[in-house]
Design a protein around this ligand. Sequence first.
Ligand SMILES: Nc1ncnc2c1ncn2[C@@H]1O[C@H](COP(=O)(O)OP(=O)(O)O)[C@@H](O)[C@H]1O
Ligand SMILES: [Mg+2]
Length: 270
Amino acid sequence: MAVMKLAITGKGGVGKTTVAVFLAKYMAGEGHRVILIDADPDANTAMTLGLDSSAQPEPISELKDLIFERTGAKGTGGEFYTLNPRVDDIPERYSVDADGVKLLRMGRLVRGGSGCFCPENAFLKNLLAYLLFRDDQVVILDMEAGVEHLGRGTAQGVDWMLVVVEPGKRSIQTALTVRRYAADIGVHNIGIVVNKFRSEEEFHAIQQQLAGLPVVARFPYLDGVASADLEGTCPYTGTDEQKKLVRDLLAGLNGSIGEPQGTGSASATP
Ligand SMILES: Nc1ncnc2c1ncn2[C@@H]1O[C@H](COP(=O)(O)OP(=O)(O)O)[C@@H](O)[C@H]1O
Ligand SMILES: [Mg+2]
């Protein structure tokens, strides 16, 4: 299996983190070096990985002293800094290991008007780019909704952008929006993961509305995932059923499954 860089996005609550953790755990179990990047400031990938609250990685964006030192912004009031700070030691130093999955937490990008640059953002962007362009490990990006913040340079390093949808129009709308942005920033491949569906009817209803976006994987509603969340444990335990879901997803990336069928769908004639 080729080493892969995957970014996972979608509306809040659809199951991005769940899918990211399934993928990460599976790949680590297969002997890959895996780095999982929590890039959703409002989420908690560590918790889904089953990490104790005392064992969570420090958000990189909060390492102000280090960032100011590395970017050379120190002493200039943040006015001057390099866009290429050294980052190669960061993954080792600031990730936390969860059974072979290295978790790195990005923290919050500093938001501002368009073209907002600041040392923190330069540092985070450079770190992401560094991780995405290394070819000795699997990188899984657990993102917030949307891809705007990803930026062209980073997006080009991602092999697949997976968009998770659940039964519900709003998550499908988000997927359609992602498609528009993705082309602009140079994402190569977009694949939909249909998550939490409870029947074939529900799956097909979602598929109909995807306007031709390829479905690369199906994750049904799983009682085990819901109960793990209640208990605060990792939903991926490596059961045969779970492994098959991930294997099918990875197979879907080599040839998407479940293309819209029939002639009546909106996708057939854009
Ligand atoms: N396939 C699934 N079956 C059952 N519950 C799921 C499934 N996928 C996700 N969930 C539940 O949905 C909620 C949101 O999942 P999460 O992965 O945190 O979403 P996101 O990262 O997109 O916000 C969690 O409570 C999670 O346990
Ligand atoms: Mg999440």
